[in-house]
Design a protein around this ligand. Sequence first.
Ligand code: F6P
Length: 337
Amino acid sequence: MPAGRTTLSEYLSQQTAEHQSLNPDLSKLILEIAKAVQEIALLTSQGALEGVMGSLESQNVQGETQKKLDVLSDEILIQTFQSGNLVAGIASEENDEPLSNPKGGSFLCLFDPLDGSSNIDVNVSVGTIFSILSSPSNTKPAVSDYLQMGRQQIAAGYAIYGPATMLVFSLGYGTHGFTFDAISGEFILTHPTIQVPADTSEFAINASNERFWEPPVSRYINECKQGKTSVRGRDFNMRWIASMVADVHRILMRGGVFMYPKDTKDPTKPGRLRLMYEANPMTFLVEQAGGLGSTGRQRILDVQPESIHQRIPVILGSKNEVERIESYHREYDRAEH
Ligand code: F6P
């Protein structure tokens, strides 16, 4: 290996030596996840060649049609955790109920095995998101054991299957990115201590939902669109990949604000994204990189979960923009009530 290249296992050993409070088993768990991610990356990179594209007849607990790759990725992660003795309980976006590991363990792992899966068939980046909590019980954790606030996460991360496969995670000491080197078969630290700039001129939102937004969100987006001619005094750019991993990755790389806000499109749902599999882990990473995550009315990491598949509004990214959007919500709520 060329000098100066830090591999994932070297980085994890350094971190464990440096931070006394880090459970050494956490490093082992990250290495297990990295192995699973390599398998999923191989499957996604094979695309149509492996016959894993397209949909299954079934729907997941969220009422979405499952893709073959969703199910395979889910199985890879479950098998990984159940063959080890680190994770006591597993909650996946794809399964109604959490699964326990007969071998027990000190962690709970919650994950979205293949986020943005509507992009699979069109060969656009997708990813795996994970959130790690301490398990209050070594075997058979109860559902209530999972209902911990986002700020209680001990680690979180994602893998992005894009032009390069990357693993980006935080153990609570900054957010760091590793790129998979297919030649050496190692993840290499390529993006140490990622920082999200506090200011940005780029926003990401599904603008086709505009008529369902609340007034503070419409106000913010209209000002951005009017750019120089608005109170903002500068022009904004818009990006929307419709794959949260890819959109948040861009924000970690160069700043921006990502929004899937509260809307009235489906009044039974308080938001589109899932608190435990998407909002919490992504906010943890963004905040560890100096950004912020909010529902518009509350810091996401302070939300007390009520159920593992709960949905929530998400506004995250560059700190000053997220704070501005929060202030628009406050002004609106004050005027209304
Ligand atoms: O989890 C669902 C997801 O695919 C996210 O990855 C993405 O940000 C969002 O949904 C896309 O939603 P829409 O299809 O409304 O653009």
